[in-house]
Design a protein around this ligand. Sequence first.
Ligand code: AHM
Ligand code: MG
Length: 346
Amino acid sequence: MQGEGVGTTITQHILSQQRKNPKATGAFTTLLNELVVAAKVISREANKAGLVDILGATGKINVQDEQVQKLDMFANQVIIQRMQHIGQLWCMGSEEDPDLIEIPPQYPKGDYILLFDPLDGSSNIDVNVSIGTIFGIYKRRTDSREAEILLSDVLQPGIKQMAAGYFIYGSSTIMVYTTGNETGVHGFTLFPSVGEFLLSHEDIRIPERGKIYSVNEGNYQYWDEKTRALVDYFKTRDKETGRPYTSRYVGSLVADFHRNLLKGGIFMYPADKKDPKKPSGKLRLMVEANPLAMVVKEAGGYASNGHGPILEIDPGTLHQRVPLYIGSKKDVDLAEAVISGKKKLD
Ligand code: AHM
Ligand code: MG
């Protein structure tokens, strides 16, 4: 979308997109707006995380066998509480909840499904490194409003997302979102003094090829030969292709992804043999990979599991993990060719 000036609020932007779609009912606008409010609340807490007794692990283990930090739970609750009453959601799914989250009976239900990671990069909370919220929005499959909510109706390939994006709580708080269909990817920065997200990154395009590779290289010994060869390739000197690439890895997917989206590059979380319970790596298809795959695609990039597009994977479970190669189109194409065995690197 061109022509929105710097200073446009996120609400104006969502509304102007809605007006371009004659079938739009406003339901979607309400939904996104409420999500923005939830993110403002999370942002405020994240900013003062070092000051109050909200830091540190609660001692509970989440559905992914990881320790849950207090701020994760807070973010999860804020999103659920803010979103459940608006009448636009059919159900929700969160990284922090093993099952689907139903809308309480006292509230009306709608047609949309919100899947989210309330606070991604939780191991970075204690050390003041950027963290984020990731979301993907789908429409429910079934026609019957009264029908029981079935997981099979929720589990749709990422290509079906109506919108996706993330909030990054960093040196400033930024929201990046897309509604697909070539409407572009747009970034908004939260101005704390006015309490509004204002358009700051209009129509983001990721460079076709980058100079950055982002991966947890500490896992090198757990990778297969192809993955090792790919990472070795990015580190090898070659004038023509601008190698070696620069290595950048924060350990917060949202932060690593956001940097590469703006500067170009590839983020990888490959399959590894570190934990037999997680043979597909660490990241989750529904709440992490799919939303970012929609964003990157709309910005001219690509996301692959090493064999094909992330967005075309038919999900089997709500919390399934997936190897992720995401970023500049040419870099991810190469990664896919190598991992799938179509190209051999010498
Ligand atoms: P989280 O959702 O529990 O925070 O875990 C996901 C995070 C991603 O943000 C990041 O890319 C990855 O875990 C880092 O993992 P590792 O420490 O294995 O490199
Ligand atoms: Mg996460």
